[in-house]
Design a protein around this ligand. Structure first.
Ligand code: DC
Length: 229
């Protein structure tokens, strides 16, 4: 069967990763969460004094960036991919509110985007890939055979992230999460390089009212339509 590239973009915390991961599992494709790559760069910056008092040391990060190795490895127990930074599993750390606060300002930087996009394009050379992010259909793979843009209201997305963090970490603050979601939308949509927007040929999915099963089914149906065309 022909292999394609599936690009899933959308607002933060709108369930992109859930549907992308599920589709990749179902059809035997590789799944790449590009947000995790920007989060790993942010974690590295926070842990290496490249963000001090909220200010990014751009020159320092530019120097360090080529030495950063970001990889995904499957956790044998959960069968889910986890993020590694320089050989260390950082999956839990990169999901913290602390990293979420600084990730959009890091993702604005042109040299960071260029490095991440180069790595992402290399991952797609053999196709058979589901990649989610903000600029996958517009910049990383403008020729992707299937492009989806996912959206949901800020309140619905904040509630989902609240539930996720509470389950993982035992506590979470809904109002802080909502403020972070709104702020990240603003930065992601208004940045100069690769601002978040649907590709012209993207299918738009608003999943505010959909269950996870419904959105997964919607995506698999779209995949089948493309593959059988
Ligand atoms: O999907 P996420 O919340 O884990 O993404 C974290 C941040 O990374 C998000 O605020 C924007 C940025 N990002 C990006 O600029 N481009 C991508 N392809 C993926 C994420």
């Amino acid at each position: 069967m022909k292999k394609i590239i599936i690009a899933i973009d959308g607002l933060s915390s709108c369930g992109k990763s859930t549907m992308a991961r599920q589709l990749a599992n179902q059809i035997g494709y590789i799944y790449i969460d590009t947000g995790a790559m920007y989060r790993a760069v942010t974690l590295y910056s926070l842990e290496n004094n490249l963000i001090v008092d909220g200010k990014i040391d751009e020159e320092g990060l530019k120097k360090a960036l080529p030495s950063l190795v970001i990889e995904f490895k499957i956790n044998e127990e959960t069968s889910l991919p986890e993020t590694y930074l320089n050989g260390v599993n950082v999956e839990k750390k990169i999901r913290s509110m602390h990293v979420s606060k600084y990730v959009s300002p890091i993702a604005v930087l042109g040299f960071v985007r260029e490095a991440m996009v180069n790595q992402q394009q290399a991952m797609g050379k053999k196709k058979g890939l589901v990649m989610d992010g903000r600029d996958i259909g517009t910049t990383v793979f403008p020729d992707a055979e299937l492009k989806v843009f996912v959206q949901a209201s800020a309140e619905v997305r904040a509630k989902r992230r609240f539930d996720e963090l509470k389950a993982k970490q035992g506590e979470a603050d809904y109002n802080e999460i909502l403020a972070n979601v709104v702020q990240r939308d603003d930065i992601d949509m208004n940045r100069a390089i690769s601002p978040l927007r649907p590709a012209e040929d993207a299918l738009i999915l608003d999943n505010s009212e959909l269950t996870i099963d419904e959105q997964n089914q919607w995506l698999i149906d779209k995949y089948k339509e493309v593959i059988s065309a």
